[in-house]
Ligand binder design. Structure first.
Ligand SMILES: C[S@@+](CC[C@H](N)C(=O)[O-])C[C@H]1O[C@@H](n2cnc3c(N)ncnc32)[C@H](O)[C@@H]1O
Length: 332
């Protein structure tokens, strides 16, 4: 039996969507930074290299895993406190989704907040273009703008944001990918957008808390091996983007909670001695040597509120999961 799904038609006066591609501007230093990180000891790579097309799809699969609690926990907080959070945020204005990905979490908010403009910001251009094309017909009154940019360098919303209040939305505990100092800098950058004609703006952000090691270890090293594929795919991405010759079979996934540092770490570990060609260099990896690919810092509410205050936010409201393990903050 087949099901007929009516095609979505865009109303003639629908606002539609447009994409501002900031990633198209050549970043001459990008390759140099990647090469320097890989030649260093210990080797390191920014987690932004997870998110090519396959990486975005694998992240979507991670969110479905039984061990990966953050996505479903955060969505449950949004659902359980929908009215209170919507009242705090307010109606209208602009809604800026940082690291929007498939835009699904923001999509859940749009009918409750009725923004005039939705701005989806992400390094993964095809992912947000696809998401905005999917959403635009359902929200004909909302102007949709995609900004393809790397906000770990700077949050550049030139041309995407109008004067007037904006709610910045940063779900998924992605703030944990920054070091605490980096998070302070990033949040201060968001806070600066509130000045100069954007009084009444706010930040709605979801942050994972510290919890027992076994639960965190399982969440970042699942039995099916999806997180392992997500981590190892970064090497495929590098090979394609920069012409390196990593052998995927040469590296294993490691994901574990480092209690002393208060963060989950992901690494790629060499399973044997091997040489990799990296932009004219030959990098020898000894058996057991690792490339550090991600940190995911975990914050207790008191520590995260202190970080928000340090970044210039005066008022903070919070909503936590029943086990207090995950918290959503609204800061103004
Ligand atoms: C963990 S996913 C979260 C996706 C979605 N917001 C959610 O909560 O499910 C992180 C998202 O941030 C994007 N991202 C990662 N690093 C970025 C960077 N440096 N600049 C812009 N976007 C980035 C990724 O492409 C990805 O869509």
């Amino acid at each position: 039996m087949s099901t007929v799904v009516p095609l979505k038609r865009q109303p003639a006066d629908a606002k539609g969507y447009r994409i501002l591609n900031r990633a198209a501007a050549v970043d001459h230093d990008e390759k140099r930074r990647v090469v320097a990180g890989l030649l260093a000891t210990p080797a390191e790579l920014s987690p932004k290299y997870f998110y090519d097309e396959l990486g975005c799809a694998l992240y979507g699969a991670i969110c479905q895993l039984p061990e990966y609690y953050p996505t479903r926990t955060e969505i449950a907080i949004f659902r359980d406190h929908r009215t209170e959070i919507a009242d705090a945020v307010g109606q209208g204005g602009q809604f800026v989704d940082l690291g929007a990905g498939d835009c699904c979490k923001a999509e859940g908010w749009l009918p409750f907040l009725n923004p005039s403009r939705y701005v989806a910001v992400d390094i993964a251009g095809p992912e947000i273009e696809r998401s905005l094309a999917r959403m635009a017909p359902d929200f004909p009154d909302i102007e949709m703008v995609g900004v393809v940019t790397d906000f770990s360098r700077a949050l550049d919303l030139e041309g995407a944001l109008l004067p007037g209040p904006a709610t910045f939305f940063y779900p998924g505990s992605s703030i944990g990918n920054f070091t605490p100092e980096g998070a302070l800098g990033f949040l201060s950058g968001v806070r600066r957008y509130f000045d100069d004609g954007r009084e009444g703006s706010g930040l709605l952000i979801g942050v994972d808390g510290k919890k027992e090691k076994a639960r965190l270890d399982a969440a970042y090293d699942d039995a099916l091996g999806v997180t392992a594929a997500f981590n190892r795919n970064a090497l495929l991405h590098l090979n394609r983007k920069f012409g390196f010759d990593f052998d995927l079979n040469g590296f294993l996934h490691r994901g574990f909670y480092n209690e002393a540092e208060g963060r989950v770490e992901m690494h790629l570990e060499a399973v044997r001695d091997q040489d990799v060609r990296i932009d004219g260099h030959v990098r020898h990896f000894a058996t057991g040597e690792r490339i550090h690919t991600e940190n995911s810092y975990k914050y207790e509410p008191a520590a995260f509120i202190a970080l928000l205050k340090g970044a210039g936010f005066d008022n903070v409201r919070i909503w936590s999961s029943p086990d207090r393990g995950y918290t959503v903050y609204f800061a103004t």
